[in-house]
Design a protein around this ligand. Structure first.
Ligand code: ADP
Length: 264
């Protein structure tokens, strides 16, 4: 049986006693070695879910279990070793004066021995294609390169779960595609659970499963193909089905064989 790495049990959350509930009775499971997208229009609660997953926030109701541990004040540091997060703006994630310093930073915080750190810097920068930039100052890198370094820094902690929270939103389409490919390769190689949080349905095409959020509730859960089949319903909650999915659907209906199926 596949191991449950992330579990939300009837989770409700609000940002204060007088505030409206932004998550309402949310339940879902993400398994090890699985690539899952969490989608929804702006304000539907996606980033709040990400912050709950690594203990930046705690729910008022329900339970969150990460790799067998209930997330609470006592377990939060253990949980953060397991859950790596990459955010939208890479400039907010840099602290070091060189790329390698930057990758080292998260490891220093966790007391990883120097020799081991050097190995991990090598491995992770190679995995994201940034080894030749090891001594570069981060501000000299392009947006896509900065995100690669941010991903390396997270991978160096050896998380079981990697969360990409709108992490490609500031990149051009080419850069976005390249990063998604790199992350997908790393996910397979390291058997990570990859959670892609996005409002852009193009990004769900390569995932195995999609969780759709709407106004703080889990609205649907299916394969990309199952989700895209609900085109009209998705449009009603502010989500547009990407051209590639519409096209492959039309071709299939017309009986045209498709050589490389774009969808799971
Ligand atoms: P998404 O990531 O899907 O855009 P968020 O999780 O960021 O959604 O936001 C969900 C809701 O919570 C929104 O209505 C947003 O305005 C509200 N919210 C987010 N952060 C805060 C905060 N720090 N304080 C109060 N409300 C917040």
């Amino acid at each position: 049986m596949r191991k449950r790495l992330v579990e939300f049990r009837n989770v409700s959350f609000r940002y204060g006693d007088e505030q409206p509930w932004v998550l309402k009775n949310c339940s879902f499971v993400i398994y090890e070695n699985e690539s899952v997208a969490i989608i929804g229009h702006n304000g539907s609660g996606k980033s709040t879910i990400a912050k709950l997953m690594n203990g930046l926030l705690f729910p008022q109701e329900g339970e969150i279990i990460i790799n067998g541990q209930h997330v609470n004040n006592e377990t939060v540091w253990e949980v953060r070793k397991d859950v790596g997060m990459v955010f939208q703006n890479p400039d907010n994630q840099f602290v070091g004066t060189t790329v390698q310093d930057d990758v080292a930073f998260g490891m220093e915080n966790r007391g990883i021995p120097r020799a081991e750190m050097a190995n991990r810097i090598d491995d992770t920068l190679t995995a994201v294609g940034m080894q030749q930039h090891r001594m570069t100052e981060p501000h000299k890198l392009s947006g896509g390169q900065k995100q690669r370094v941010a991903i390396a820094g997270v991978l160096a902690i050896f998380p079981s779960v990697l969360i990409m929270d709108e992490a490609t939103a500031m990149l051009d389409p080419k850069g976005r595609k390249e990063i998604m490919q790199t992350v997908s390769d790393v996910q397979k190689e390291r058997h990570l659970s990859l959670i892609t949080i996005t409002h852009d349905l193009e990004e769900v095409v390569q995932t195995e499963r999609v969780i759709v959020m709407n106004e703080g509730e889990v609205w649907d859960e299916s394969t990309p193909r199952g989700i895209f089949a609900k085109k009209e319903k998705l449009q009603r909650i502010g989500l547009d089905v990407p051209f590639v999915a519409t096209l492959s659907d039309e071709l299939r209906k017309a009986g045209v064989p498709i050589e490389n199926e774009p969808l799971n």
